[in-house]
Design a protein around this ligand. Structure first.
Ligand SMILES: Nc1ncnc2c1ncn2[C@@H]1O[C@H](COP(=O)(O)OP(=O)(O)OP(=O)(O)O)[C@@H](O)[C@H]1O
Length: 313
């Protein structure tokens, strides 16, 4: 095991941001931490990286108790933050030299690692350029290279693909896979289902400061595979329709987005007709369908929320 996180609690004022979070990170795995904005992913990562203290619980990494500025642990890990933290006034190569230098690399070793890191993220031919000339995707790739230049055994990536073009996104996902193939352990946070699904060997789902489910993709889908999901569009939804749906026997969750409703029922209830008749009575139906759950639905079922941000496709 590479890390063990036991019952960690983090408060900001009266708000409990992490509420008894526990999980383990196994050596060599790509652990996907999936959750909506505000779930507590970044706070978990900051605590793991020793950037913030915690109010209760324990974090062990490399068998060492993590605390703020534990340099022994820090040396062996890399952190890719959500914000790009490279220097605009240094070239790509100089940025890498700077970050490598922070970890004590020098001379030919530093030169070698810098050129390897540039190659790893596909920026070799841009080595002498300044990041302010880079596209969003290139800046993010340089940001990743800066966290890798000291060849850490464990790397944490906090939503490294937010707001970038699909090509750079794929490049980053491919590089995570290559890192794992080379034996690096990766903790990867995202609110993009497809990403986590594509690269993770194991997935944790986080919401409102709690880890609410964990397992391989197969295990997570199995948890809800027998449940029933009904999508229905109601023409003129009347007051209290959500509550009315919720009162149908076997209904576990109702998610409303304007006139569109998603109704999740437990196994074997066969609620399609009941949902239809409630909707007809309370507004009129323009569309209805039932389908088999996906990983997105695992999240929906467990939290009652859509994972995507408003406005995202
Ligand atoms: N320094 C802080 N002071 C007060 N509240 C904070 C602070 N940092 C985070 N929070 C709150 O803690 C909660 C969890 O935030 P966190 O950034 O960990 O979530 P997240 O899952 O990483 O979301 P995002 O994807 O938006 O970064 C949020 O409600 C946030 O407002």
């Amino acid at each position: 095991m590479l890390a063990s996180i036991k019952n960690i609690v983090k408060r900001y004022g009266d708000t409990v941001v992490l509420d008894n979070v526990s999980f383990e990170i196994n050596k060599g795995e790509v652990l996907g931490l999936l959750g909506p904005n505000g779930a507590g992913k970044t706070t978990t990562i900051r605590a793991l990286a020793g950037l913030i203290g915690i109010d209760a619980g324990d974090i062990l990494i490399f068998n060492d108790k993590q605390h703020v500025n534990n340099l022994n642990v820090k040396k062996r890990m890399g952190l890719v933050t959500q914000e790009v933290t490279v220097f605009d006034e240094l070239t790509a190569e100089e940025n890498l030299k700077f970050f490598g230098g922070l970890y004590g690399l020098k001379g030919t070793e530093l030169k070698k690692r810098v050129s390897e890191a540039l190659e790893f993220v596909g920026l070799t031919e841009h080595a002498k350029k300044f990041p302010k000339k880079f596209s969003g995707g290139m800046s993010r790739r340089l940001n990743i290279a800066c966290a890798l230049v000291h060849q850490p055994e464990f790397i944490i990536m906090d939503e490294p693909t937010v707001g970038i073009d699909p090509q750079s996104r794929n490049y980053i996902l491919e590089s995570v896979k290559r890192l794992a193939e080379n034996g690096t352990t990766v903790l990867y946070t995202s609110h993009y289902m497809e990403e986590v699904q594509a690269i993770s060997t194991r997935i944790l789902i986080m919401d409102q400061g709690h880890i609410i489910a964990g397992g391989t993709l197969k295990e997570l889908i199995k948890r809800i595979q027998h449940e029933e999901k009904i999508n229905i569009t109601v023409e003129n939804p009347s007051e209290g329709l959500t509550e009315k749906f919720k009162s149908i026997q076997g209904v576990k969750n109702v998610i409303r987005d304007g006139s569109d409703y998603i109704i999740i029922s437990g196994a074997g209830y066969g609620n399609l007709n009941r949902v239809l008749s409630v909707a007809q009575e309370k507004g009129g139906v323009s569309n209805i369908s039932a389908d088999k759950p996906t990983l997105e639905d695992v999240f929906l079922t467990l939290t009652g929320k859509n994972l995507r941000d408003e406005g995202e496709k």
